[in-house]
Design a protein around this ligand. Structure first.
Ligand code: NAP
Length: 302
């Protein structure tokens, strides 16, 4: 069997077209566009690259995009003041503080200061609680897990009653995706198991999975013989295993590998995501979806 490849780049493009249509419609009917502020502290090259991608995507959708760059010696108090300013700004519907922050600033304090109704990353304790309660309460789903659900649903994989096994229990991927698939409703209604480093027999659990979601950060952790024939395999892992020269640019680039032995697994699975090009492209897309959703809440149309 050769698995159907779930291409995150294609799903991303499909969703971005839908979002752009919706932004244009709301602009025509209500005269407003979603507003997203990205707060970047310091000059960490990886953070600059992430923020640049977010800004470009927001601009391509016609959002109001505010790029607020701050020096890395900004005080915690001043950063809290900045968050407060955007909390009160009615033209801003999403606030994103790029992590990591400098050591003298308490990440938690800053993220918890964001108005939960503008927390488009979905990491504020209030939004974590809302997701746990589920149903209409769940406002902003964290972006990577929300993107994983989109990939599964848009591929036509049945989630109702499916055995979902999640490898990894982090707060940014493992726990929220487990919670999302557990929800009562379409695109979920699954029976969920969460595995981690203390799980006794990881292979046993993986073999039971109709949908196997792996977010461990360990290259080739999941062996091909652990995969149930026909299963949907979502590989969230992004592991740098070396460097190569890019054919396009001639520059050094990282060689990336997922948590699943892709070449062998694709002969057994029914559906599989590649690394790169699977889950990766979905995160920023879902951030845009959350920002639009926030505007719709603000307008009372969601
Ligand atoms: P994390 O915080 O390091 O958590 C990893 C989880 O995997 C932990 O719960 C850990 O268990 C579990 N784990 C590690 N080794 C294991 C093993 N041998 N057997 C079973 N469980 C094991 O990582 P994360 O932030 O969730 O990220 C996971 C991976 O996804 C990373 O490669 C990351 O780069 C990638 N990622 C990709 C995206 C994207 O594509 N957009 C977004 C986020 C993350 P314990 O809790 O017991 O330690």
């Amino acid at each position: 069997m050769t698995a159907k490849l779930i291409k995150g780049t294609e799903v991303r493009d499909e969703i971005l077209v839908e979002l752009k249509d919706e932004v244009d419609k709301i602009k025509n009917e209500h005269g407003v566009v979603p507003g997203l502020v990205t707060i970047l502290v310091g000059e960490n090259p990886a953070s600059i690259s992430y923020v640049t991608s977010k800004i470009k995507t927001a601009q391509s959708l016609g959002f109001k995009e505010v790029q607020d760059n701050q020096p890395d010696d900004i005080s915690e108090q001043d950063l809290l003041g900045l968050v407060d300013k955007y909390n009160k700004d009615d033209s801003i519907h999403g606030i994103l503080v790029q992590l990591p922050l400098p050591k003298h600033i308490d990440d938690k304090k800053i993220l918890n200061a964001i108005d939960p109704d503008k927390d488009v990353d979905g990491f504020h304790p209030v939004n974590v609680g809302r997701l746990m309660i589920g149903g209409d309460e769940a406002k902003f789903l964290p972006c990577t897990p929300a993107g994983i659900q989109e990939l599964i649903v848009r591929s036509g994989v049945e989630t109702e009653g499916a055995e979902v096994v999640v490898v990894g229990r982090s707060n940014i991927v493992g726990k929220p995706i487990a919670n999302i698939m557990l929800q009562k409703g379409p695109g979920a209604n699954s029976t969920v198991t969460i595995a981690h480093t203390r799980t006794k027999d990881l292979a046993f659990h993986c073999k039971r999975a109709d949908i196997l979601i792996v977010a461990a950060g360990v290259p080739d952790l999941v062996k091909p013989e652990w995969i149930k024939p026909g299963a949907c395999v979502i590989d969230v892992g992004v592991n740098r295993v070396g460097e190569k020269i890019s054919e396009k640019t001639g520059k050094k680039i990282a060689i990336l590998k997922g948590d699943v032995d892709f070449e062998k697994a694709k002969e057994i699975a029914g559906y599989i995501t590649p690394v790169p090009g699977g889950v990766g492209p979905m995160t920023i897309t879902m951030l845009m979806k959350n920002t639009l959703k926030s505007l719709k809440f603000h307008l009372g149309i969601e």
